[in-house]
Design a protein around this ligand. Structure first.
Ligand code: URA
Length: 281
C-alpha cells in the first residue's frame, strides 16, 4: 500500500466513523469486532448452521458503562430526586448546575453536552421544543441546526426581536441517533422543565410540536387540532397561568413545506399577542 492510498483509507475510515457517531452508534457493544463483509458459511439444507457467534451466555460482555446509581433507582425515587433537585434551584444558573449533577436521565450517558437554553432569560416569550439533535449536542445550545435556522428566520420575518425570545427543550440531552425521547426520559426531565418555566416566568409560551405540547400542557391532543390556539399553562409555582400556543415543529415544516402557511400564521398570532402585551419585539 503506498502512502496516498493509506491516507485515503484513513480519511474514509474517519468519515465512516463520523457518520456512525452522527447516527447515534457512538458506543461499542462488544469487545471483539465482527467483519460483516466477510462471507458467512452457509449450512447445507437441513443442517444447523455452524455457530459464527458463541451462544448468548458465552458472548463477550458488552462494553456498556455500569449503570449509574440514579438509573438503577426505583422510578419513584428517581422522580422524587428530580423534583427535589429542580425545586432547590432558585436561579437559572443553579438549575443548569443541578442538571449538570443530575444522573436520573439515561440520555446524559450518551450525550456530549447538556443543552440547556439560548436567548434572553428575561424575554417575554419562551419557546420550548422537543430534543436536541446532533448540532445542538455538539454546541450545547438548542435549535442551532436546520430547524433553528428556520425558526430564527420566521422570527425575523415576523418582526420578533431575537432578544424577545428564550429557547429551550423538554429534554436536556440528545437522544442517540435522533430518536424520539421515551416517556421515561421526558418524565425524568419534566420537573426541571417546569422549574425552568417558573424561573423564566415568560409572558407567553410557544410549544414547538406535539411532544412539547403534550408534555408541558399534560394533554394527549394532536398538534394539528391544537395548533394556533392559546391554552393556559398553569403550575403551582406560578401566581397566574401563562398563555401557551402550540405550533408545528420547524423540523416538521422543513419536511412538509406546504405547512409553512400554518406556522407563519401562528407566528403572526404570537406577534399580535406580544404587541398587545406591550412586550419588546
Ligand atoms: N429540535 C428540537 O426540538 N430541539 C432542538 O434543540 C433542535 C431541534
Amino acid at each position: 500500500m503506498n502512502g496516498n492510498s493509506g491516507e485515503a483509507n484513513g480519511r474514509a475510515a474517519l468519515a465512516a466513523l463520523d457518520w456512525l457517531v452522527a447516527m447515534g452508534a457512538d458506543e461499542a457493544t462488544g469487545d471483539t469486532p465482527i467483519d460483516r463483509r466477510r462471507k458467512q458459511p452457509v449450512a447445507p439444507a437441513g443442517e444447523t448452521p455452524p455457530a459464527t457467534t458463541p451462544p448468548r451466555d458465552e458472548m463477550p460482555r458488552p462494553r456498556i458503562a455500569a449503570p449509574s446509581l440514579a438509573s438503577s433507582l426505583a422510578p419513584s425515587q428517581g422522580a422524587a430526586d428530580a423534583r427535589a433537585a429542580a425545586a432547590a434551584a432558585t436561579t437559572l444558573d443553579e438549575l443548569r448546575a443541578a442538571l449538570e449533577n443530575f444522573e436520573g436521565c439515561v440520555l446524559k450517558q450518551t450525550a456530549t453536552n447538556l443543552v440547556f437554553a439560548r436567548g434572553n432569560p428575561r424575554a417575554p416569550v419562551m419557546l420550548i421544543g422537543e430534543a436536541p439533535g446532533a448540532d445542538e449536542d455538539r454546541e450545547g445550545a438548542p435549535f442551532v441546526g436546520a430547524s433553528g435556522r428556520l425558526l430564527d428566520s420566521i422570527l425575523h420575518w415576523a418582526g420578533i426581536d431575537p432578544d424577545a425570545v428564550y429557547i429551550a427543550n423538554i429534554v436536556f440531552w440528545r437522544p442517540p441517533g435522533n430518536r424520539s425521547p421515551t416517556d421515561a426520559e421526558i418524565g425524568a426531565c419534566l420537573p426541571f422543565v417546569r422549574r425552568h418555566i417558573a424561573l423564566v416566568r415568560p409572558r407567553l409560551i410557544v410549544l414547538l410540536g406535539r411532544p412539547a405540547m403534550n408534555t408541558v400542557l399534560s394533554t394527549n391532543e394532536a398538534i394539528n387540532r391544537a395548533r394556533g390556539r392559546w391554552i393556559d399553562y398553569a403550575d403551582e409555582s406560578l401566581d397566574a397561568p401563562i398563555p401557551a400556543i402550540p405550533i408545528f415543529h420547524p423540523a416538521y415544516v422543513l419536511r412538509n413545506p406546504e405547512m409553512k402557511r400554518e406556522i407563519w400564521m401562528d407566528f403572526l398570532a404570537l406577534r399580535e399577542r406580544l404587541d398587545a402585551l406591550g412586550g419588546k419585539t
